[in-house]
Design a protein. Sequence first.
Length: 213
Amino acid sequence: MALLSWKQKTAGILAATGLLWALAAPGWAEEKADAGTVIADGKQISLEFTLSLDDKTQVQSNIGQEPMVYLHGSQQIIPGLEKQLTGLKVGDTKHVEISPEDGYGPVDPKRTQEVEKDKIPEEARKVGSKLTGRGPQGQPMYAEVKEVKDKTLILDLNHPLAGKKLIFDVKILKVENAPAPEKKVEMPGTAPGTAEVKPAAAPDATPEPKKAQ
């Protein structure tokens, strides 16, 4: 009777183990499938990147820092980069060269705005001052003082990287289903908001909506 009881217990353990395998296998298969999921519209992508210019100047890199996360197909990064990332999967690396037309656009000499001096910090009221600000929808804006008049300033609103070829070296870290949206994607505007002095360091070139973000 004791042997039969042991066999019964063993059979129960095996049956339970079989049930666990039956439950675990689909999840394992799904995880394995996710690892091979390619970048496509609607996917949330995490990546690391280094951005350089044609003269080898390194503008920005997030290697060893927090990854850049964006929703593919939602115009959250410049179109040239988004197009080149389509179809990649986790672990892929790619060297991407993007023309100004597919990046921050060519330099537009008409992309200027005249603003009253009292809207600009006093220390920035001189030609060449770099400014940052917020547009009507809260999006980041960039400007440079081009001309100083008696009561106003002429601002150049071209992005600091406008007219430049952009060179990205990227590595895909995650390709996931997008979470439920928390807020509406903000599209760029043209009018600057309250500006502030921008340090004379390299511009923050984290890919963002095309401006020409």
